[in-house]
Design a protein around this ligand. Structure first.
Ligand code: IPD
Ligand code: CA
Ligand code: CA
Length: 258
C-alpha cells in the first residue's frame, strides 16, 4: 500500500511536469536572487499531497513548497515536487519529482521520476534499487582521480573554507571531470545507476536528497556527511559514491587532497 501510493503520487507529479513543460506557467522567486518556484511546482506538490493524504490521512508530510503537516505518525513523506526547478523553468528536461517515505526516522522507500527520459528510480530499504524495474548498481571505479563526478551549487554563495568553489577548483585543476546537472535527486540516482562514480554537495535540504540517498545505498554505494559519518538528510553536506572512491573524495572535500 505504501509503495503503491508512492508510485501513484510520483506518476501523477511526473504527468503534471510533462504536460506543463514549455507552457506559459508563472514563475516567482523565493529568498535570494534566483531561487525560483513555478506554478507547476505547486500543482505537482498538491497532487502528491492529495494522493498521500487520501491513502494515509494521519501521516506526517514534509514538502518543499508548503512546509510541514505535523502529526504523531511514525511515517513521514519527504517531497520535492520538482527537483531541478531552474532547469524546468528554462525548458531543460533534466528534472524530476523526488519522494521518500521515512518510518521511525529511517528512510524506507524512495522514488525519483524524470518524465522526460521516462526514468523511474525506485528503492526499498533492504531490497535493492531499480531503474524502470531493472536492478541497478554503482560503478566499479577505484580511483577518485579517474572518476566521473557530479556536484551542485547552492542558490546563495557559501563563503567558507573548502566551500563549493574551492573543492570544484581542486578537482578541475587536477583534471577530474565534474558535471553539474542541476538536480541533486538525479545526481544521486545516476550514482546509483553507475553513470557517475560520485556526487558531493555542500548545502542540500531533506527533500533534495532523502529518496536519492536510499537509491545509492540500495545500489551498493556509500553516503556520508563531510566527516565520513553515516548520512542524515537533516544536515546539509552529502558525499555519495560507489564506496571505492569515497575516502579519496572525502579528502578533496576536506581540503586534504588536490
Ligand atoms: C536544487 C537542485 C540543485 C541543487 C540545489 C537544490 P530545486 O533543488 O537539486 O541541483 O544544487 O542545491 O536546491 O530548488 O531545483 O528543487
Ligand atoms: Ca530540490
Ligand atoms: Ca524543488
Amino acid at each position: 500500500m505504501l509503495k503503491t501510493t508512492l508510485l501513484q503520487a510520483t506518476a501523477a507529479a511526473g504527468k503534471i511536469m510533462k504536460d506543463s513543460f514549455n507552457t506559459s506557467f508563472t514563475i516567482s522567486n523565493k529568498e535570494g536572487l534566483n531561487n525560483l518556484v513555478t506554478e507547476v511546482d505547486h500543482a505537482s506538490e498538491k497532487a502528491i499531497i492529495d494522493i498521500v493524504l487520501k491513502a494515509f490521512p494521519d501521516h506526517f508530510i514534509l514538502s518543499e513548497e508548503s512546509g510541514e503537516i505535523v502529526t504523531t505518525s511514525p511515517y513521514k513523506w519527504i517531497i520535492d515536487p520538482i527537483d531541478g526547478t531552474i532547469n524546468y523553468a528554462n525548458g531543460i528536461p533534466l528534472c524530476c519529482v523526488s519522494i521518500a517515505v521515512e518510518h521511525e526516522g529511517k528512510i524506507i522507500l524512495g522514488a525519483v521520476y524524470n518524465p522526460f527520459l521516462d526514468e523511474l528510480f525506485f528503492a526499498e530499504k533492504g531490497k535493492g534499487a531499480t531503474l524502470n524495474g531493472k536492478p541497478i548498481k554503482v560503478s566499479a571505479k577505484t580511483e577518485v582521480d579517474h572518476a566521473c563526478l557530479v556536484t551542485g551549487f547552492p542558490y546563495t554563495y557559501l563563503d567558507e573554507p573548502n566551500g563549493p568553489i574551492a573543492v570544484f577548483e581542486k578537482l578541475i585543476r587536477k583534471g577530474v571531470p565534474v558535471r553539474r546537472l542541476g538536480s541533486a535527486a538525479i545526481d544521486l540516482c545516476w550514482v546509483a545507476a553507475g553513470r557517475f562514480d560520485g556526487f558531493y554537495e555542500h548545502k542540500l535540504n531533506a527533500w533534495d536528497s532523502a529518496a536519492g540517498f536510499l537509491m545509492v545505498e540500495e545500489a551498493g554505494g556509500m553516503v556520508t556527511d563531510f566527516k565520513g559519518d553515516h548520512y542524515s538528510p537533516y544536515q546539509p553536506h552529502i558525499i555519495a559514491t560507489n564506496g571505492k572512491i569515497h575516502a579519496g573524495l572525502l579528502d578533496y572535500v576536506n581540503g586534504r587532497r588536490g
